[in-house]
Design a protein around this ligand. Structure first.
Ligand SMILES: Nc1ncnc2c1ncn2[C@@H]1O[C@H](COP(=O)(O)OP(=O)(O)OP(=O)(O)O)[C@@H](O)[C@H]1O
Length: 235
């Protein structure tokens, strides 16, 4: 059984769906990249998995159990955490305070929160020097690291990252993608949305999305296969 099963998702913002029977699986212990052009439906997909949008039909299962109509906060408690598009850090709070807010679901175990914060700061050493700085004064890349770090503070089993590379230099985008491998090795499965095919070398599974459906899936060595890249660039 896969950690995440997405089945027949039909989602829209009005009467007309923008996702048409989206189906895919993500296995535990993978970094999965959901690749597609602007408007393909990637954000809609991860926002639905996080419970921010309700599907017209279809379902999302975690460990084989349907999440039904569970709220976003209930999903966080079940182990799904979203790092949203646009980072959305709290600019007038410090780095440390932003991280603490990400741990709201863990507040009964302060020790676990401290340990998780140490882990996050280990993933993103740049944030250590900035721990007491206001998040609004960080560079774009640092804010992106903070946004991923904050999402990790709930100790998720599945981390959803929406377009981490947007607006970052190639070097910084690579830094963020590289960290996903460490996050995976630390026991958190990662599903990241990307428009940038540069993320593919970091993926164990790649899903190509176009016009509200998943057109291709590639696993392991297949990802290095030129056809996927061509299918994407030619899309
Ligand atoms: N809040 C909204 N209201 C109405 N339509 C929306 C809304 N958000 C997205 N859409 C539409 O849904 C479709 C899929 O958008 P979505 O944001 O999921 O795509 P995406 O692949 O994530 O692209 P992007 O990189 O732009 O985020 C697009 O046609 C978009 O215009």
């Amino acid at each position: 059984m896969s950690l995440l099963e997405v089945r027949g998702l039909v989602v829209g913002y009005g009467p007309h769906p923008v996702l048409h029977e989206v189906e895919f699986d993500v296995e535990e212990g993978e970094v999965c990249v959901l690749l597609g052009l602007n408007g393909a439906g990637k954000s809609t997909t991860v926002n639905t998995i996080a419970g921010l949008l309700r599907p017209q039909s279809g379902e999302v299962r975690l460990d084989g159990r349907s999440l039904g109509r569970r709220s976003p906060s209930a999903r966080v408690k079940q182990g799904i955490s979203l790092c949203p598009e646009g980072r959305r850090v709290f600019p007038r709070l410090t780095v440390r305070q932003n991280l603490r807010l990400g741990a709201w679901s863990q507040r009964r175990s302060p020790r676990a929160v401290r340990e998780q914060q140490d882990l996050v700061l280990d993933y993103f050493p740049r944030l250590v020097e900035r721990a007491d700085q206001l998040a609004g004064t960080l560079s774009g890349g640092e804010q992106q690291m903070l946004a991923v770090g904050r999402a990790l503070m709930s100790r998720p089993r599945l981390l959803l990252i929406d377009e981490a590379s947007l607006g970052l230099s190639p070097a910084l985008a690579t830094t963020v993608w590289e960290v996903t491998s460490r996050i995976r090795d630390g026991g958190t499965t990662v599903l990241m949305v990307e428009q940038n095919a540069g993320a593919l070398p970091f993926a164990d599974r790649a899903l190509l999305m176009e016009k509200g459906t998943v057109l291709h899936t590639a696993v392991g060595e297949q990802i290095r296969n030129v056809n996927l890249r061509e299918a994407y660039l030619g899309a």
